[in-house]
Ligand binder design. Sequence first.
Ligand code: GAL
Length: 381
Amino acid sequence: MKLFKRVMAMTMASIMVFSMAACGGSDSASTSGTNEAAPAEKEEEAAPAETEQEAAPEQAEEEAAPAENEAAPEAGGEAAAGGSGNIGVCIYKFDDAFMTTYRNALQEILEGKGYTVTFMDGKNDQAEQNNQINNFITQGVDALIINPVMTSAADQIIATVKDAGIPTVLINREPTAEQMSAYDKLVYVGCDARQSGTMQGELILDTPNKGDINGDGKVSYIMIQGDPENVDAQYRTEFSVKALTDAGMEVEELDLQRGDWDRNKGQEIAQNDLAKFGDDIEVVFCNNDDMAIGALQAIQAAGRTVNEDIYLVGVDALDAALNEVASGNMTGTVLNDANGQAAGAVDAMEALLGGKTYAAGEQSIYVDYVKVTPDNVADFQ
Ligand code: GAL
């Protein structure tokens, strides 16, 4: 069932390795190590950094201190690519459905290569994550992979890792090119959220009535938004509707509310809007699948039927959403390729450890989104 995703991830990994080699990057990116993996329970823990550090094998610390990397990048890169590096990973919060999938993929790839990995839960608190980054730096990690809590904290995070000289891969929340240009050992691996928004709009355009179920000449929708501070939420909101208007459809926004990527909030917003706007709602756009699953509960409780009297789309292709697409309870979703992004992030990290630097304007590496409909959903399950 995960085969497609795995194949995609492996393909992505090879593409990345190839393009990095072509750009004069490290030749160490495809090697993998055989050292013992870090204890599995680390992934679930949000224990203080000191405790995590104690658990890390000494060997990893000795072999690849950051100073070594700076002085002799090639040597540091070889050691790290052998899988002996010590990697710190900061996730904005563990309690996020998509980032849990992503985190598991990162853990599998990094530990599979033999790295010692420590994951920290930012608990959606930037101050807490700043402490975690500082602790990792004090511990002398070889590289950091950071999913920032706040996109607006990018400048500060970049200044901190630059100061410490730690090769860093940012994931999931994209800073601006200008912000990233401050540090050439920093790269962003993620997706272009505009693409996912456009695909959501296309999923609606692909329905028999292009979203205008009641034939009144306009598509009336509600928008359940993620965290609006996040560029993914902003772009998905904008570009899903833009795809409709670009195709000549008239649109009417009945409501737009932030659901912070959260299933319960998605359910509450949809429930309130269904009570308020009733049959006027033709389309429910959700910036992610977890909120769409919540909205589906409200839609079903209101006696409405997806793909008959209402359309529902999400993003991520969580397993639960794939099941709903397959059984016709969601109009479609968009694959947010966690495995591909995790593989890309590790490739970029290894290139950095091998001494590669990134020029300004070339610090974003994108993985494509993929539209998921009942026609192709089986490929993703
Ligand atoms: C998005 C994803 C959401 C949520 C968010 C966190 O890319 O679609 O489900 O995980 O990232 O920043």
